[in-house]
Design a protein around this ligand. Structure first.
Ligand code: NJP
Length: 252
């Protein structure tokens, strides 16, 4: 594959593995430089990374729940790429499960910090870069749990509902500055982390009956879709949540 046209740099949080790695790969293949943020600072762990693609990745250690780290990391990556920043994908997220009666304040606040506050903090940090060009796209990675009542998932559901709400508010407030904001909300997506659970056992049985598409999604499904949002550059599309869940979330 040869990339002929430079399309600028997109920052992707949580790009070391899973869905974030697939988004980073899709964007690099489409000609973007990709800032790959994660706590470990590892390069995206995903098959299909050729040496040419690897050259387009700029991996950096950054905890997204720490605003000062975000601002510093974006500035450093921008300097390394020498390319304008054209977008941000707020993908980093953690899971949380437990009965409502047992949820502790510390756990609730930590998951809120990583899944929701980081979306605000990273978007604030990228804003000056996008404002300078009067153009840019922020894609948040939410979840179809944002509109569902899921037993033992109050904290996670609340964080993802917050992501959808922030998407709408940012789209409205920054719409006249050329900055678009979208929320991509996956259903069950197979990653290395959850592959065993999704492929075997009770969850596998449940999903085969509940997902109209019949199977869980793959990280590439989300990676390719997010890439297409950047490539399409559809100027009037902003503020929306787009569900990619094999119709799971609308099944009666
Ligand atoms: O997550 P996983 P997924 N600061 O665990 C990084 C949503 N979603 O790909 O920090 C910076 O494989 C972590 O790296 P490291 C989900 O809510 C998924 O499944 O080094 N980075 C890694 O790169 C999330 O928002 C499903 O440990 C931090 C990455 O984030 C997004 O999709 C369904 C960090 C996590 O990789 C990606 O999920 C759904 C921090 N504080 C929504 N904490 C699904 N997979 O089924 C973690 O509805 N990372």
């Amino acid at each position: 594959m040869s990339v002929e046209i430079e399309k600028g740099c997109v920052m992707v949080t949580g790009a070391s593995r899973g869905i974030g790695a697939a988004i980073a790969l899709g964007l690099a293949r489409a000609g973007y430089r990709v800032g790959c943020l994660s706590r470990s600072g590892e390069m995206p762990q995903i098959s299909g990374v050729t040496p040419e693609i690897a050259e387009r990745f700029y991996a950096a250690a950054c905890d997204v729940s720490r605003p000062e780290q975000l601002a510093k990391t974006f500035a450093e990556i921008t300097q390394r790429t020498g390319q304008p920043v054209v977008g941000l994908v707020n993908n980093a997220g953690i899971h949380s499960q437990g009965r409502i009666e047992t949820i502790e304040e510390r756990e609730f606040k930590n998951v809120m910090d990583v899944n929701a506050y980081s979306v605000l903090a990273a978007s604030q940090s990228i804003y000056p870069f996008l404002l300078e060009r009067k153009s840019g796209l922020i894609v948040n990675i939410g979840s179809f749990f944002d509109k569902l009542g899921v037993k033992q998932h109050l904290t996670y559901c609340a964080t993802k509902a917050a992501v959808a709400a922030m998407t709408r508010c940012m789209a409205v407030e920054w719409g006249n500055k050329g900055i678009r904001v979208l929320n991509v909300a996956p259903g069950y997506v197979m990653t290395d982390f959850n592959r065993d659970q999704i492929e075997k056992g009770p969850l596998a049985d449940y999903l085969s009956k509940r997902i109209p598409a019949g199977v869980a999604g793959q990280a590439q499904d989300i990676g390719n879709f997010v890439t297409s949002l950047f490539v399409l550059n559809s100027p009037y599309m902003t503020g929306e949540t787009i569900y990619i869940d094999g119709a799971h979330g609308i099944l009666q």
